[in-house]
Design a binder for this molecule. Structure first.
Ligand code: MSP
Length: 503
């Protein structure tokens, strides 16, 4: 079986989860579920990033020991999995022993290979970004992200990042799909071309981090520590670890655009320096604003995933976030748009199609899949294009064009709704029972397609729909989307229940 490894960024535990975090995790989950439906052996990792000055400061402000503080907030990220129905296989915390061992091993490897040296750092640092900046980066005395910076002068170990400038450029040239979307690849290339300085990879002015093997007064720079999670969770440095053997290199690191640089420049350089294969792809998504404004605590407009799930439902939340904005672009969250999409696309279109079809069959057509000649039906206008639609769907999913993939499902539902109106099975019932049964069969078969392709996005509701169509659990993969696996005639159908209530 083909293996597939996908990761979310690990989340800072300085604050509770909001929809920005939920977004990255849901996108990964949709991808993970899609790959499983495609027959892959998937490993999906998420977790929390718990060291560094930012977390130390948050704990200090709250007057709590950092470990106790991170234990608590980390749980709120772990809780996202049941809340958002995330199918992650593991949840890694950087304060776990298994992770620390791995980070130390990576450090030792970089040291052994001659890429770490001791010097003094003097320059700007942003605690919010956990990033170093040089003078020319600053805009009006702040980081380009708008974060405050402070001046640092401290003894520090350095990583010889500058030695990797040409190697990185060569790598991007040879792997043009390494960074997506393409516009972001260009950004990264320009940044690397403008010159890479060696990177400070240890700090001495606070203690909340992994003590470096070179000197316990130095704690590891939080990004070197954090990036290692992607291999520590697989058991690195144990080259015999089954997980490591099966799943490294990762297929996709999904990240927000704000942290692309760390993943597309630092991480590949660390890996090259340690003779470890590079991940296959880094995909950067955009940022959400809330009702047109930046999401921030001071504006008081931060949305917790739980609020959306409680109000609209988990599948509706997942659907909206994947549907509203083309993946890669920035987007805006508005309550109005959320309600509109739930009502028009889920309740009135897909939900209504299911309800009117299945309720009609339950009442008027023996409560079972109609008994018709299936071979003949696959030439019906409604079914004949399904094959090419599924191909487009798969292509869209494979390139993370989630909203386009959703278009396909909506498109099938639109056509099916028009078909039911034109064919009017309620009239056929009096005039032509055979045709009525054909029409109903086509509608059920369309619903089966819709339900399977929407499963990665809305697993609970689509499972319910597939149950209502009496599709067995083993027959719900993409490979079952063909005539051979069409609905079995005469199989009994239960009393339908609505799947998408209006809001
Ligand atoms: N800890 C680092 C990642 C280390 S990975 C080795 C980090 N954590 S974070 O909690 O600040 O952000 C995690 C993810 O949430 C990032 O991908 C970021 O882009 C995403 N988002 C945070 N706010 C967001 C929005 N407003 N909109 C969309 N995504 C946003 O960075």
């Amino acid at each position: 079986m083909n293996n597939y490894y996908i990761t979310t960024p690990i989340y800072y535990v300085n604050d509770s989860p909001h929809i920005g975090h939920a977004y990255t995790s849901i996108a990964c989950d949709v991808m993970a579920r899609f790959m499983r439906l495609s027959g892959y052996n998937v490993y999906f990792l998420t977790g929390t990033d718990e060291h560094g000055q930012k977390i130390a400061k948050s704990a200090e402000v709250k007057n709590i020991e950092p470990q106790i503080y991170t234990d608590k907030i980390s749980e709120s990220f772990r809780d996202l999995s049941p809340m958002l129905n995330l199918s992650n296989d593991d949840f890694i915390r950087t304060t776990e022993e298994r992770h620390k061992e791995s980070a130390l091993a990576l450090w030792n490897k970089l040291l052994k290979n001659g890429y770490i040296y001791l010097d003094n750092y003097s320059g700007w640092y942003s605690v919010r970004d956990e990033a170093f900046y040089v003078e020319k980066d600053l805009i009006d005395g702040k980081a380009p992200t708008g974060a405050d910076v402070e001046w640092l002068e401290e003894s520090s170990y350095f990583f010889s990042l500058s030695k990797f400038q040409d190697k990185l450029l060569e790598f991007y040239a040879q792997n043009p799909n390494f960074i997506e979307p393409e516009s972001r690849l260009k950004e990264v290339i320009n940044f690397v071309k403008s010159g890479l300085n060696d990177l400070s990879i240890s700090r001495t002015s606070f203690q909340w981090g992994i003590k470096t093997p070179s000197d316990p007064k130095h704690v590891m720079y939080v990004w070197l520590d954090a990036l290692t999670n992607y291999i520590s969770a697989l058991g690195y440095p144990d080259a015999n670890s089954e997980l490591y053997k099966n799943f490294w290199p990762a297929n996709i690191h999904m990240v927000g655009k704000d942290i692309l640089r760390f993943h597309a420049i630092y991480w590949p350089a660390f890996l090259m320096a340690a003779d470890i294969p590079l991940p296959k792809k880094i995909v950067a998504h955009g940022w959400w604003t809330i009702e047109g404004e930046k999401m921030s605590k001071s504006l008081g407009n931060v949305i917790a995933p739980k609020d959306l799930v409680d109000q609209y439902g988990v599948d509706q939340t997942r659907y909206f976030l994947m549907r509203e904005v083309p993946f890669g672009q920035d987007g805006n969250f508005s309550t109005e748009s959320m309600k509109n999409r739930i009502n028009s696309e889920l309740a009135n279109n897909i939900g209504n199609l299911a309800q009117r079809t299945l309720a009609f069959i339950y009442k008027n057509a023996n409560a079972s899949v109609p008994n018709i000649d299936v071979n003949k039906l696959y030439q019906e206008s409604l079914l004949e294009h399904l094959d090419s639609k599924i191909k487009t769907y798969i292509k869209s999913m494979e390139s993370q064009k989630f909203n386009q993939a959703l278009d396909i499902a909506i498109d099938i539902a639109n056509e099916a709704n028009a078909f039911i109106d034109n064919e009017a099975p309620w009239s056929l019932r009096k005039t032509n029972i055979t045709r009525m049964e054909e029409v109903l069969y086509c509608l059920c078969e369309s619903l089966r397609y819709i339900a399977i392709i929407l499963t990665p996005f809305m697993p609970k509701s689509m499972d319910k729909l597939l149950d209502q169509l009496n599709v067995s659990k083993e027959n719900r993969e993409l490979k079952h989307l063909n005539q051979e696996n069409a609905l079995k005639i005469n199989s009994p159908l239960p009393a339908p229940q609505g799947i998408f209530p209006r809001v």
